[in-house]
Design a protein around this ligand. Structure first.
Ligand SMILES: [Zn+2]
Length: 106
């Protein structure tokens, strides 16, 4: 691997990743692993957000198992994204702007 040239290293890594993915997509079940890792990550982020909110609706303060999360004052780059898909960094900096809504307040 050409370590001295960062651009050449990046190209080499990209080509290696493509070959690895093509060769192992089926045998290593890469797609279903990626789906399950993404699902687990979203579950962990949802739990983290709900812990910050004490599992309470932001409107009535009631504890609910079925809170819907939203970010009404989201900046443009996050506007179409669910809070569970935010980066950890965005979650931590916007934790007090995320709104949870219970079934009764929807
Ligand atoms: Zn409510």
């Amino acid at each position: 691997m050409p370590f001295s040239d960062p651009e050449a290293k990046r190209r080499w890594q990209r080509d290696y990743n493509r070959r690895y993915y093509a060769a192992n997509k089926v045998s290593k079940r890469l797609v279903s692993k990626a789906i399950s890792q993404k699902r687990d990550l979203r579950t962990r982020k949802r739990r983290w957000i709900l812990d910050c909110l004490d599992d309470r609706c932001s409107h009535c303060g009631g504890v609910s198992m079925a809170l819907e999360l939203s970010f009404p004052s989201a900046p443009e780059r996050l506007i179409d994204r669910s809070p569970v898909d935010f980066s950890w960094q965005d979650l931590k900096s916007h934790r007090y702007d995320i709104v949870a809504t219970c079934g009764g307040c929807r």
